[in-house]
Structures are given as structure tokens and as C-alpha cells.
Design a protein around this ligand. Structure first.
Ligand SMILES: [Zn+2]
Length: 119
């Protein structure tokens, strides 16, 4: 499978793309996999916007505010702050999900009770 091979930076020998080191000379192929996790912090922005539109607007907006803070904190180099904001964004996405589902759940329970009373 020639499409799945990449040339080694040091010796040019073809390696499988999922190889960590070159099979011929042992040079590290995937530098990206040892990069510090500075850009691995999920901002959940897309989910937060979806939560605001489809679930619960007030909680979704709180999630969007925190999601926006993730990138801002990260740009300032505050990784701990970015991770905290990421966690808060995720928490408010879940809150808005629950807030969106809860009314349906209550209606479903109410309907189930009505049906069980009739029979
Ligand atoms: Zn090599």
C-alpha cells in the first residue's frame, strides 16, 4: 500500500504512516505526536453553539462564553485557565442538554400516567 507510506526525514526510506520511528534508521517520524498538548484543549465552541440553538439558549450562551474564553486564555499562554474554561463550557453544555430534555421527560411521564389511568 504505497499511499500509506511516508518517507523518513533522515534517510528517505518509506515507512508506514502509523510508525513512530523509521524502520531503517530509527529517526522519529511523527514529530507532531510529541508536541506539548498546548493545542489539545477542546473549546467545545461548536457544541456550545448547537446547545444554545437547539437546547436551552441561556445555558448555551454561558457555554459559548466559556468556550470563547478557552481560546483567549490559550492565546495568553494560560493553559490551566484554558482547561478550566473548557471544563466549564462542557459542564454548561450538559446543563443545557438536561434543561432541554427535562420538559420532554416530564411530558412523557405525564402521558404515560394518563395512559395507565385510562386502562
Ligand atoms: Zn530513516
Amino acid at each position: 500500500m504505497p499511499e500509506d507510506t511516508i518517507p523518513c526525514n533522515r534517510c528517505g526510506c518509506p515507512n508506514e504512516d502509523n510508525n513512530y520511528k523509521c524502520v531503517a534508521c530509527g529517526a522519529v517520524i511523527h514529530e507532531a505526536s510529541v508536541v506539548p498538548p498546548s493545542r489539545d484543549i477542546a473549546n467545545h465552541l461548536a457544541l456550545a453553539i448547537l446547545a444554545a440553538i437547539f437546547c436551552c439558549l441561556p445555558f448555551g450562551i454561558v457555554a459559548i462564553v466559556y468556550a470563547a474564553q478557552v481560546n483567549a486564555q490559550q492565546a495568553r499562554g494560560d493553559i490551566a485557565g484554558a482547561q478550566r474554561a473548557s471544563g466549564e463550557a462542557w459542564r454548561w453544555i450538559r446543563v443545557s442538554l438536561v434543561a432541554a430534555i427535562l420538559p420532554y421527560l416530564i411530558v412523557a411521564i405525564y402521558v404515560a400516567m394518563l395512559i395507565s389511568v385510562r386502562h
